[in-house]
Write a protein that binds this ligand. Structure first.
Ligand SMILES: Cc1ncc(COP(=O)(O)O)c(C=O)c1O
Length: 308
């Protein structure tokens, strides 16, 4: 396993050693959380000796929307989908990656100005890699409904992956961990279930999947979209609708999805077993299929992968 500190990174239009990619203490992006990001994974298939990037074009599209919101003119003018993907491929090849990695792609406010503004300052693009196995337990998470509510579209839009909004994530995650749970589940101010601290959430009810809709202050997850399509191909319908808190306690199965979390079953919420408290058959089918897809072991889904 490599150390991020030993890698080459993309920073301000060029590849440089990690230690040379630095910002000043007065950087406005750092001071106010003014940046947007996406987290992607590349998976290494040992038998095939191939590395596959998962749905980079979809990450680009979501990232572009975040950059529009933040009025990042450098990115909007100069970074096409083709350029975005070619930088990521070059990042992986320059670092000779032959293991599973998480790629952190950020576009940030790159000025040392005193006040937080949008559309008036320079912005810069960066990308670097972490080695990353499991981000959360994948054999059955114990979750807690957070006492923190999810940020709203009219406050800091969850649809955009804004750096500063992850204070909301950190508060919920810290609370859950300090109370002995694995992960937090956010509600909104009306008590509806929104998502995990960094994952979308799915319920299995009466043989169908149920998940909060895209206008419920969720991040429109790329794993979420993939799971909906995989379920459809398996003949399982997905209903997108608002979900009450008490549905957490009556669902047959629950699982969470995300680039970091992959597909991770939930076995209890607030100390109450989900179903019989074991990983259910639908969760486990989707989890197994997802892990084969991302590694290039499912011919039907190769169009989601870019070989690096
Ligand atoms: C708040 C939040 N929700 C959901 C997700 C899952 O999104 P994706 O599947 O695109 O990684 C993430 C992870 O990036 C996240 O941070």
């Amino acid at each position: 396993m490599f150390a991020t500190e030993d890698t080459v990174v993309f920073f301000r239009n060029q590849f440089v050693p990690f230690k040379d990619a630095t910002l000043t203490l007065a950087n406005t992006g750092f001071l106010y959380g003014l940046g947007v990001f996406t987290g992607m994974r590349a998976h290494y298939n040992q038998e095939q000796d191939k590395l596959y990037l998962f749905r980079p074009a979809d990450h680009y599209k979501r990232f572009l929307i975040s950059c529009r919101l933040m009025r990042y003119s450098n990115f909007l003018k100069n970074f096409s989908e083709e350029k975005f993907i070619s930088i990521l491929k070059e990042l992986l090849s320059k670092n000779a990656v032959r293991e599973d990695v998480y790629i952190r792609v950020t576009n940030f406010t790159d000025e040392d100005k005193i006040s937080p503004r949008l559309g008036q300052y320079k912005d810069a693009f960066s990308a670097f890699i972490y080695p990353l196995g499991d981000y959360v337990p994948t054999t059955g998470m114990r979750c807690k409904v957070s006492s923190w509510i999810r940020v709203e579209d009219n406050a800091i839009p969850a649809r955009a992956k804004v750096n500063g909004a992850y204070v909301n994530t950190a508060l919920a995650k810290a609370e859950a961990i300090s109370l002995g749970f694995d992960e937090a589940i956010f509600l909104d101010r009306n008590g509806h279930v929104i998502e995990g601290s960094a994952e979308n959430i799915f319920f299995v009810m009466d043989g169908k999947l149920v998940t909060p809709g895209v206008s419920d202050n969720i991040l429109e997850g790329i794993t979420r979209r993939s799971v909906i399509e995989m379920a459809k191909n398996l003949g399982i319908e997905t209903i997108e609708r608002s979900v009450d808190r008490t549905e957490l306690y009556k669902a047959d199965e629950i699982f969470m999805t995300g680039t970091g979390a992959k597909v991770s079953p939930v076995v209890s919420v607030d100390g109450i077993d989900v179903g019989d408290g074991l990983v259910g058959p639908v969760s486990s089918t989707i989890q197994n299929l997802y892990s084969r897809i991302v590694r290039g072991d499912e011919p039907e889904y190769m169009h989601w992968l870019v070989e690096c």
